[in-house]
Design a protein around this ligand. Structure first.
Ligand SMILES: [Zn+2]
Length: 419
């Protein structure tokens, strides 16, 4: 432990990833307060605990935001992971040696004028009564407004070394949403010079990554939500979109969002990882069917939004809901298996959706059902081969087992279950 912190002590600003012994006996409480100087924080630096989360493996995750002279340093976030009260891992980034004034030279009103002039839209959201009302309803706050508010931050100049404190500027950050054209951006105005030095799109799909449960690290498309500074599993780049949510809390409500407020779009653990694995599989399945030779856009051929629900509550099955047209993926708990988020399973359920929308095959009825299941099996398997190549096989659901089990063996189809 002492050596670890000593190591940090000689590490300049930058990215860290440190692993501690599981019996480190280092308490996450006051960790940074105790090791303030080891991290080379100065008297004006502080770490603010902004979020805490627990996962099902017994880990508690703490997210700390660096403040300098009481002002947020954007991008400087440290994540502390603890188990049984012991710190086991630390990752993230902090900046050492900031030496700047925290008092702006220009007012936020002046800065906003610069920002709006730079944005140059014809009409803004707050100029529309209908949109303001909509926003107030969504926030459940009759005083809410989309009129831009100034947030004071330290922000690194774009395309410069983020570990060099000289590259940071005191800035006013404005989130601006326009109606004509329909656009949203964060605009950074230098709080001393009035110079606009950075713009970040707020409506853009975001490229995330996930260490999937069964296929290693993969890229996914998610949606960044500027209002809450987090990510949800929405991919609007494919057909009518893919939206992955969770049913773990039961069917009484129409599913809850997976929100990566911790990992910066990396979906690092627990239920987030499960959801993002399902989301990736759904993206791959969409790509498989939308490409030649099928050229089939979405499960219904006309690119309707695909809704996927993962981590479905214990004991529930995995199935295509032909009424709501959703894919529901069991968490496998009642079956002693892993989460049903593998390529062949998601491909199987998606194929049921295609069957439903393209032919008179009933599920659960005699030969019609058998054909429906066999199409689902073989296409789910073809999706698996399309991604895994030589790693594919003719079993269904083999990924869900820790050892050698499977749901179906195509060389002996009646042997296992149906789903
Ligand atoms: Zn089936």
């Amino acid at each position: 432990m002492a050596e670890n912190v000593a190591e940090i002590a000689v590490t300049p600003s930058g990215t860290h990833c440190l692993t501690f012994r599981v019996d480190s006996r280092i308490s996450p409480k006051n960790f940074f307060a105790q090791h303030h100087t080891s991290f080379r924080f100065g008297t004006h630096d502080a770490l603010n605990l902004v979020k805490t989360a627990q996962d099902e493996l017994g880990f508690t995750h703490y997210k700390y935001q660096q403040l300098y002279k009481g002002i947020k340093v954007e991008g400087s976030v440290l994540l502390l992971h603890a188990r049984d009260g012991d710190v086991v891992r630390l990752n993230g980034r902090h900046i050492v040696g900031l030496n700047q004034d925290n008092l702006p030279s220009i007012t936020k009103e002046t800065a906003l004028e610069f920002a709006l002039s730079d944005f140059g839209a014809e009409l803004y959201l707050w100029e529309s009564k209908a949109w303001e009302t909509e926003f107030q309803l969504r926030r459940n706050d009759p005083a809410a407004t989309t009129f831009p508010k100034a947030e004071t931050v330290f922000r690194v100049l774009p395309s410069t070394d983020a570990t060099d404190p000289a590259n940071y500027r005191l800035a006013y950050k404005f989130k601006i949403h326009s109606l004509t054209p329909f656009d949203a951006q964060a605009i950074y105005v230098d709080a001393n010079t009035g110079n606009i030095f950075d713009r970040v799109a707020l409506m853009q799909s975001a490229g995330g990554t996930v260490n999937t449960l069964y296929n290693g690290s993969q890229s996914i498309i998610t949606e960044y939500r500027a209002a809450t500074d987090d990510y949800i599993l929405v991919d609007d780049s494919r057909g009518g979109g893919i939206h992955t949510r969770e049913f773990a809390t039961g069917f009484s409500a129409p599913g809850i969002e997976y929100v990566d407020e911790f990992g910066g779009n990396t979906w690092p653990f627990g239920r987030l990882r499960v959801g993002a694995s399902a989301h990736w599989a759904a993206e791959m399945v969409y790509d498989f069917f939308s490409a030649a030779p099928y050229n089939w856009d979405g499960y219904d051929g006309v690119g309707s939004e695909l809704n996927v629900f993962a981590n479905v509550e214990p004991g529930s099955d995995t199935y295509w809901d032909a009424y709501l047209e959703t894919i529901n993926l069991s968490n496998g708990v009642g079956f002693q298996w892993g989460n049903f988020v593998s390529l062949d399973i998601v491909g199987h359920e998606y194929m049921h959706g295609i069957d439903d929308n393209s032919g008179p095959l009933d599920s659960g009825k005699n030969e019609s059902n058998t054909l429906n299941e066999s199409f689902a099996d073989i296409f789910g398997t073809m999706v698996e081969f399309s991604i895994e190549g030589g790693g594919g096989d003719y079993y269904l659901g083999e990924d869900l087992y820790a050892t050698t089990g499977r749901i179906r063996n195509m060389s002996n189809p009646p042997r296992y279950l149906s789903l």
